[in-house]
Design a binder for this molecule. Structure first.
Ligand code: CA2
Length: 143
């Protein structure tokens, strides 16, 4: 089982800014926790971050045949990107949408996810633990 974790814009700032919303854990800390949990469950992972929408699209396309599941925190592109939605839909690799914060309890523009309809499910609101829950969901995504 191979899981591709993709992180979108500004998530490289985690732990350094707005700790009241996003906590003090850095993306590197999250990656370490994900690797630990994945190893216990016998899953292999790749963990990437980019600020560019097109790079996320390219990584989703390249995942076909290489990864069993994509776990995607598309950050702000969640709410805006038809390109990401089309890529997820076209490639057909089961994709789990995740967020640190509970997007439904925040500003109205965060309530709408353009990618949710083409994802297997959504995990949000559990801080860094959303990523660990996603590892658990990913290993059972095909039954
Ligand atoms: O809660 C999440 O994981 C989000 O995907 C985070 C995005 C936001 O646009 C989504 O609505 C929900 C924002 C990521 C920005 O991360 C920062 C981290 C530290 C300081 C500033 C931004």
């Amino acid at each position: 089982m191979k899981i591709l974790f993709l992180n979108g814009p500004n998530l490289n700032l985690l732990g350094t800014r707005e700790p009241e919303i996003y906590g003090r854990t850095t993306l590197a800390d999250i990656e370490a926790k994900v690797r630990e949990r994945a190893a216990k469950l016998g899953a292999e992972i790749a963990f990437r971050q980019t600020n560019q929408e097109g790079e996320l699209v390219a990584w989703i396309q390249e995942a076909k045949g290489k990864f069993d599941v994509i776990v995607l925190n598309a950050a702000a592109y969640t709410h805006t990107s038809v390109a990401l939605r089309d890529a997820i839909s076209a490639v057909g690799v089961p994709t789990i949408e995740i967020h640190l914060s509970n997007v439904h309890a925040r500003e109205e523009f965060r309530h709408k996810s353009l990618i949710a309809p083409v994802c297997r499910g959504q995990i949000c609101g559990f801080g860094a633990n959303s990523y660990i829950l996603a590892v658990e969901a990913a290993v059972t995504v095909n039954g």
